[in-house]
Design a protein around this ligand. Structure first.
Ligand code: DGJ
Length: 745
């Protein structure tokens, strides 16, 4: 990788083995964007890339000439009001009421490695040679506000991490009304836009459409990244697919309100903006104060969607997630939520744990309902003291018993919330987000603690640390079950209320930072009513996240498939639950439920005592399989092969880095009669290698990598005659909700 500055043309060329990113100082001092894409040669300048032509209805920067219009030249960090009419990256309200800014190039630095972003999650390096960072410093002379644009290239190639930092070095305070993390002007609009959207229990469904003149946008104004949209979008060339073609992924390392937008202008150029949602954002910047935006990560590839995802997976697995659990295969767990909900006592929990232990499960997780007056969802949140009527020796005693059985113990918290029926609320009614004198909206009978206030975060830290420090807790599930309303902080002045949403998330990050630092061996799993905060921001603290409250195997195909576009398999919390499924009432085979969940962190969310002997035996085999292959499943190179959004069959696979082993998952929703053979072409294998294919531990045959990738596995049965190439006609009556796992060695 290299970052070159050509003095004479004042042109920057950032390049690595895969990409070039080129920008230049424009005649008015602003930064202009020239090129982002597949790597091209270094040159002193690329004047032909500056499209400076007179156009009807244009507004121009300089007196007496009609070439430099900020609207027509691609910008690095667009501003509104001085000839660019597109949505800007930044808006600053000044003392005189003006919002015009004029950020001009002042200088730049290049440093090895990557600086931390204070108080914010971000990708990182372990050694300086892993990355190089360019900081371009711009200044708006009138206000004295400095803008630093940060660009980090990783040695891995194809990745550019960006953010912006504002420092007020001027005479008076200003208000930042918009400060996007990334502004990316692309020269055309020949792209399909892909977003990952849905709702509670149906998160991150893949939705795709062609870009068109106007605005495409997704975002969240709910205070968390949300079930509805994810802070991740993809622009792909219409002909690109999973295996080839130009694709750019844009991911925001942030867990609060966000906006991801593409604007196609009248001349078919595309401006992508990604960052904190400007709605309700107003950050007062006093003299000497700084504001750092969250980080945005762009991945470019000409190798299709799988290649883009694998690049994100590697980066987010190794250089976003941190700590003890980052590289470790995750424990097989059992969670009591769908087994008992809040109707439990210690005896019931121990009987579930006992059966789990017999099945080889490693971690028992106690979910909601163990504290304060919590017997249903109307009470108790905020009071992190064990209910000793249910658990006579508290969490300490229960954890000891679980450990005594030879399992680890995990515990559920919802740190950011309070019920009005709680000791905490009675003591501190002003600690919730609310406007004094106005009514307060509730969600699930609960209210949001004001995490923008340090004393609130301190208090919650104290009560959580008290439990975690006095009991053998190896895992924490951190939940968040409502969106924010009446976002107002009683402790901040009127002109800082626009900061509360962001300060809230900074408070969440602060608590995570303190807890993960104090308890480095605890595995944190984030959760927000399932997948409402499945975002890179939280991956920095919690290396796995409960992907959805929908644990039905068929629903999970779409959810996990969509999630895999950006997030590594080691981050996808996936469990086997009871049937009929509690969310959709569907009954799927136990095998299908495990075959889907094993491409995730894997666990159970049911009472194993209620299974038949035969099913319990099947669970033992599933756990054994998971323990044997979890390294490959969770950390292998993941390929999407067949999309649940396109048909009856879904398939995906994970290949070890050395390509010696692979596991293929194949899932068919409905059976059919007399169906044709279909071949499932595999990917990522070594063409020269001979792979032995196993199903259910039984050897099925041996095939070369090139056979498996070009001929494929013949996996679709005809309701009779389900065969692998060269194996002859075996008889296999298919069924609805069918699934198969193939191990290749
Ligand atoms: C929502 C979570 O997604 C569930 O798994 C469970 O923990 C409940 N909250 C508990 O209230």
């Amino acid at each position: 990788m290299s970052i070159t500055f050509h003095e004479t043309s004042r042109t920057f060329h950032l390049s690595d083995s895969k990409i070039s990113y080129i920008m230049t100082v424009l005649p008015n001092g602003h930064m202009g964007q020239l090129y982002f894409g597949k790597r091209i040669h270094q040159k002193e300048e690329y004047p032909y890339l500056l499209e400076m032509v007179p156009r009807p209805m244009g507004s121009y920067v300089f007196e007496g000439e009609r070439t430099l219009s900020l609207e027509h030249v691609k910008q690095e960090y667009g501003v509104y009001g001085s000839s660019d009419y597109r949505f800007p990256a930044v808006e600053i309200l000044q003392e005189n009421g003006s919002r015009i800014v004029d950020f001009r190039y002042k200088g730049h630095t290049v440093t090895a490695g990557k600086p931390e972003l204070k108080g914010l999650p971000a990708t990182y390096t372990e050694k300086d040679e892993e990355a190089e960072t360019l900081t371009v410093v711009l200044e708006d002379e009138e206000t004295g506000v400095e803008l630093e644009l940060l660009y980090t290239l990783f040695a891995e190639g194809g990745i550019l991490a960006r953010s912006a930092r504002f420092v007020n070095r001027g005479g008076s305070a200003v208000h930042l009304l918009k400060a996007m993390s990334l502004c990316m002007d692309l020269p055309d609009c020949e792209y399909d836009w892909i977003q990952f959207s849905g709702a509670w229990a149906r998160e991150r469904h893949v939705k795709e459409r062609r870009l068109e003149q106007g605005i495409q946008a997704v975002g969240s104004m709910r205070g968390h990244s949300s079930h509805e949209h994810n802070p991740f979008i993809v622009l792909k060339r219409p002909a690109a697919d999973e295996f080839q073609g130009e694709v750019i992924g844009f991911s925001l390392v942030y867990s609060g309100n966000f906006l991801a937008q593409a604007e196609v202008d009248a001349h078919d150029t595309t401006r992508v903006l990604l960052g904190i949602h400007p709605e309700w954002f107003d950050w007062k910047l006093e003299l000497g104060e700084e504001f750092q935006t969250p980080e945005a990560v762009m991945v470019y590839t000409s190798g299709g969607l799988n290649d883009m995802s694998q690049t994100f997976h590697r980066l987010y697995c190794k250089r976003l997630a941190r700590g003890y659990w980052r590289d470790r295969a995750r424990p097989v767990l059992i969670n009591n939520w769908e087994a008992t909900y809040m109707d439990f006592d210690e005896e019931k929990l121990l009987s579930i744990a006992g059966k789990a232990k017999e099945s080889g499960i490693e971690l028992f997780v106690l979910d909601d309902g163990w504290f304060g007056a919590r017997r249903d969802d109307t009470a108790g949140l905020g009071d992190w003291k064990p209910n000793t009527e249910l658990l006579p020796k508290g969490i300490t005693g229960l954890a000891e018993k679980i450990e005594g059985m030879g399992m680890k113990f995990g515990l559920w918290f919802e740190p950011e919330m309070v019920n009005k029926n709680s000791e905490l609320f009675r003591a501190h009614p002003d600690w919730i987000l609310a406007v004094p004198g106005r009514s307060q909206s509730q969600g699930r009978y609960q209210y949001v603690l004001d995490f923008s206030r340090k004393e609130v975060v301190d208090y919650i830290y104290g009560s959580m640390a008290d439990i975690l420090g006095n009991a053998k807790v190896s895992y924490v599930k951190w939940d968040m079950n409502r969106s924010i309303t009446e976002c107002y902080c009683a402790a901040l002045p009127a002109d800082r209320q626009g900061e509360v949403f962001h300060r809230y998330i900074l408070g969440v990050y602060d608590l995570y930072e303190r807890l993960t630092a104090a308890f480095p061996h605890i595995l944190f799993e984030s959760c927000a009513s399932g997948g409402a905060r499945f975002d890179p921001g939280l991956l920095y603290y919690a290396p796995q996240a409960w992907a959805s409250d929908d644990s039905d195997a068929i629903e999970r195909l779409k959810i996990q498939y969509g999630t895999s576009y950006c997030y590594p398999i080691s981050s996808i919390g996936a469990h086997v639950s009871a049937v009929p499924n509690h969310q959709v009432m569907r009954s799927t085979p136990l095998s299908a439920r495990a075959d889907v969940a094993c491409f995730g962190t894997f666990g159970y969310e049911l009472d194993l005592n209620r299974l038949t002997e035969e099913e319990q035996e099947e669970v033992r085999r599933q756990v054994e399989f998971m323990k044997k292959y979890r390294g490959l499943l969770q950390f292998g190179r993941f390929y999407r092969l067949k999309s649940p959004f396109e048909g009856n069959v879904t398939a995906w696979m994970s290949v070890s880095e050395d390509r010696e082993k692979a596991i293929v998952g194949w899932y068919r929703i409905l059976n059919g009669a007399n169906m044709p053979y279909t071949r499932l072409k595999l990917a990522g294998l070594d063409e020269e290698r001979l792979y032995t294919v196993y199903e259910d531990g039984k050897k099925q045959g041996a095939f070369y990598g090139d056979e498996l990738m070009n001929v494929g596995l013949i996996t679709t049965d005809t309701s009779a005659g389900d065969v692998l190439p060269g194996l002859g006609q075996g008889l296999h009556m298919g069924k609805d909700f069918d699934s198969r796992i193939f191990v290749l060695e």
